[in-house]
Design a protein around this ligand. Structure first.
Ligand code: NDP
Ligand code: NDP
Length: 315
């Protein structure tokens, strides 16, 4: 298949692996890119010297295009931008901030810029800022999430009608059937996070991967809206947050409870009790750890089967 997204990124399949803090380093990004999708290094959790190491390793591991996700609230963002330009990273996905800030600087260096949004309003703002494409991420998504709680089923057609630039759908997609559904709703491509967290090449801790495999529907919830809304897997830390809400905790008390480095503790160090476990609702559908290539091949063949079945549909 060739479309606006495969042409923009020069990739085989319109499948993008989400940039995910502590889970998507060079090993996952290069494996996804080599398998025909677009791999993304999640730089939000990387000190600049760590990001540099990951860019170098990713370039060595694949000759295919890859991208870097740049959350705009990252404290040392200037240093990350310098590295992206220095190493000629071809594509950047920006998130959690104003797309106007860095888009032109990056594009002037020949870098393709995609911005992640969770509403029509921000999609239009991103288009106005001149980005090359947007990711519209629905409420089902893991980790940091929009405040409006718009599900992918509603968000994708709304954004698709509002913008003219290419649209990548995210949130709740982890299978070929889900991919076809998103494309029927108006997306040019899909961005998949949770499914790749459980890949062999993901840098998520084995405890976290096993926990996802064993999880079911209803095991994640969106919380901490007063700070940054985040979808987490229920665990003893999550219970503490809920108890704090019951006790009518203030924003300051919630900030103290969250502390620093909870995401690293849970997802990278495998502390399932005290750590923050960011994962999407689609976790309930994930039952096996597979390599990134196996995941992509499976999604592609499931997508093709679903297309064949769809052709038989007729009201
Ligand atoms: P390497 O195979 O080069 O090295 C693995 C390294 O990970 C080891 O040096 C080890 O440090 C470190 N490490 C293992 N467990 C932890 C932990 N719980 N907390 C902190 N560090 C840990 O790995 P990669 O090439 O895959 O990665 C290169 C660097 O990038 C490493 O420093 C790694 O920690 C980091 N990384 C960061 C990610 C992020 O999202 N921020 C994702 C993936 C990797 P030591 O020998 O000192 O114990
Ligand atoms: P915390 O403030 O709890 O912890 C910061 C973590 O980031 C630590 O684990 C730290 O590693 C690591 N880190 C890497 N580089 C730096 C740096 N330059 N300065 C300070 N810390 C750094 O934040 P979270 O774990 O909740 O979030 C981590 C990152 O995720 C944020 O910095 C932000 O970039 C990103 N984020 C992305 C969002 C999005 O995409 N929508 C939303 C919210 C956050 P160590 O423990 O080894 O010191």
């Amino acid at each position: 298949m060739t479309n606006r997204i495969t042409e923009l990124f020069n990739i085989k399949y319109p499948i993008i692996q989400a940039g995910m803090i502590w889970c998507s380093g060079w090993e996952l990004a290069s494996a996804v890119s080599s398998a025909g999708g677009l791999g993304i290094i999640g730089s939000g959790s990387m000190y600049p010297h760590i990001l540099e190491e990951h860019i170098k390793k990713c370039k060595k591991a694949t000759d295919k295009p890859f991208a870097i996700n740049l959350p705009m609230l990252y404290p040392d963002i200037d240093k990350h931008i310098e590295l992206i330009i220095k190493y000629k990273v071809p594509i950047v996905f920006t998130s959690a901030g104003n797309p106007k800030t860095w888009t032109k600087t990056l594009q002037e260096k020949g870098i393709i810029v995609v911005h992640v949004v969770s509403s029509v309003k921000f999609a239009l703002k991103a288009q106005e800022a001149g980005v090359d494409a947007v990711v519209a991420e629905g409420f089902e998504a893991g980790g940091h999430n929009g405040r409006d709680e718009t599900t992918s089923f509603c968000l994708i057609p709304l954004v698709s009608e509002a913008i003219t630039i290419p649209l990548i759908a995210a949130g709740g997609i982890g299978t070929g059937k889900g991919m076809l559904a998103a494309m029927n709703l108006g997306a040019d491509a899909v961005q998949i996070g949770s499914r790749f967290v459980t890949s062999t090449e993901s840098s998520a801790h084995a405890n976290f991967k096993a926990h996802i495999i064993n999880s079911n529907e209803g095991d994640t919830l969106l919380t901490l809206k007063e700070l940054t809304p985040v979808r987490l897997m229920k665990n003893p830390f999550f219970d503490k947050v809920q108890a704090a809400y019951s006790a009518r905790a203030s924003t300051e008390e919630l900030t103290t409870l969250l502390g620093k480095g909870r995401a690293k503790k849970g997802m990278f160090e495998g502390d399932l009790v005290e750590g923050e476990l960011e994962i999407g609702q689609v976790a309930g559908l994930i039952n096996e750890i597979k390599s990134a290539k196996e995941i992509i091949d499976e999604i592609v063949s499931e997508f093709n089967e679903a297309v064949t079945k769809q052709k038989e549909l007729n009201l």
